[in-house]
Design a protein around this ligand. Structure first.
Ligand code: HSE
Length: 440
């Protein structure tokens, strides 16, 4: 029985040095809890002198990742370099040697997950990825093990700390997107360039992995409708607030019940900013924090909250995987929890055009008699109902924001109606449309 494991790490940057530090601090505790001694054997780094938040002893480092993977003493590999090129090669090389691999690489899994999982199966080993989604929140383990007896009716995630930080500050300060983004970049809360986060792609990677685990068929990123937070303005946040809502970037995975459909398991998988009731618990998830709200058909509603990124939160998830990998080696149970089990043959993602939502619409209109009638005629013809209207008082003839709350309607119908409304001469600029999520 394995009583000692040797970890080979690839990556000695923010996450890698975080894992080194966490193991230095709590390695003994972890070892005594699992009954296996865990040692870092070697860490492959880009350069010995990189800036890193925690020092790594020079004697542990090498710049040759292959020597770490191929070292016969190393029996677990952690890939902590990121990216979808070399990281894929590194992971495949380790899996081919039958070594279990831990990764924090969501972009790689989202793009090449099926290939990597198949390689783990083929070479009789396993791939662990708790750190890939929402850093310190144990959501992968919860979906695969904690909720194994549930169908996941809905999952809503605030899974990008950068966007949540920007939206929180916009709400608290009444500030516009560009100003908050620029300041967030200056303070190191947002990357430069920020596109991966603020345009929703990072959330897409995470929500795709969660949707796949929750529903048992691989949800490719191509199937996920993504909108980021760039179009959200201080005005939207202000009017949403007046109506009792807070705007959050949500990843949504929802079972769509349609008794007429031949496909049994149709799900919505999307990432977009949404108005959520300010009284809902997710509305209070602020700054860089992440949260995932999971509704299981047996358990009911559950909530996970924590830091989704950063050296320590991510290290905590890597340590959890390390414990699992060490226990699986100890008991010879490498396949106890496979990385992904495709168990749903009839699964499909519903195209966004067919998803039914409620909407907040902000128009900039000329304040003139008959304008509202023209707009509501277009909506009425498309069978889209208005549930409320706000228009601040203005001087006749000037332009003014007009806020419409719309009843449930398919996304496709609303997109077409708004395109027609946007072409009316009395409507200035592009209509802004934000979906409303009420968690029913
Ligand atoms: N950049 C991400 C975020 C963390 O802002 O949450 C890594 O996925």
């Amino acid at each position: 029985m394995t009583r000692k494991v040797h970890l080979g790490m690839i990556g000695g940057g923010t996450v890698g040095s975080g894992v080194y530090h966490a193991l230095h601090r709590n390695g003994r505790l972890l070892s005594s809890r699992i009954g296996v001694e865990v040692k870092i054997h070697r860490i492959a780094v880009k350069a010995f002198e990189e800036p890193r938040p925690y020092e790594i002893p020079r004697g542990l480092m090498t710049t040759d990742w292959q020597s770490v993977v191929h070292d016969p003493q190393v029996n677990i590999i952690a890939e902590l370099v990121g990216g979808t090129g070399l990281a894929r090669t590194m992971i495949l090389a380790a899996l081919k040697l039958g070594k279990p691999v831990i990764t924090a690489n969501k972009a790689l899994l989202s793009e090449h997950g099926e290939e990597l999982f198949a390689a783990a199966r083929k070479y009789g080993t396993n791939l662990y990825y708790e750190a890939a989604v929402c850093g310190g929140i144990p959501i992968i383990k919860s979906l695969r093990e904690g909720f194994v007896g549930n169908r996941i009716a809905a999952l809503y995630g605030i899974v990008n700390g950068t966007c949540n930080y920007i939206l929180t500050r916009m709400k608290l300060e009444g500030a516009d997107f560009d100003a908050v983004l620029a300041d967030a970049q200056k303070q190191g809360y947002a990357e430069t360039p920020p596109d991966l986060d603020i345009d929703g792609w990072d959330s897409q990677h995470k929500i795709g992995i969660l949707a796949s685990l929750a529903h048992g068929f691989w949800v490719s990123p191509k199937r996920i409708h993504v909108e980021g937070i760039r179009p959200i303005s201080a005005l939207d946040i202000k009017f949403a607030g007046q109506l009792g809502y807070t705007i959050k970037l949500l990843g949504i995975v929802k079972q769509i019940r349609n008794p007429k459909s031949e496909i049994r398991n149709r799900i919505q998988v999307s990432v977009y900013p949404a108005l959520i009731p300010s009284g809902h618990v997710l509305a209070d998830v602020n700054h860089v924090f992440n949260a995932v709200f999971v509704r299981g058909d047996v358990v009911g509603d559950t909530l996970f909250y924590g830091r989704g990124a950063g050296k320590d939160a991510t290290a905590s998830a890597v340590l959890s995987d390390l414990a699992d990998a060490a226990l699986d080696l100890k008991f010879g149970t490498k396949h106890r929890v496979p990385p992904f089990v495709p168990h749903e043959r009839d699964g499909a993602v519903l195209p966004i055009e067919q998803v039914v939502s409620r909407y907040f619409v902000r128009l900039n209109v000329v304040d003139r008699p008959g304008v509202l009638a023209k707009i509501s005629a277009i909506l009425g013809a498309a069978r889209i109902g208005i549930s409320s209207v706000i228009q601040p008082e203005a001087h006749e003839g000037g332009s003014v924001p007009l806020i419409l709350m719309l009843h449930d309607a398919p996304n496709g119908a609303v997109t077409r109606a708004l395109a027609r409304i946007g072409r009316l001469p009395v409507v200035k600029g592009r209509p802004v449309r934000i979906r409303v999520e009420s968690f029913e």
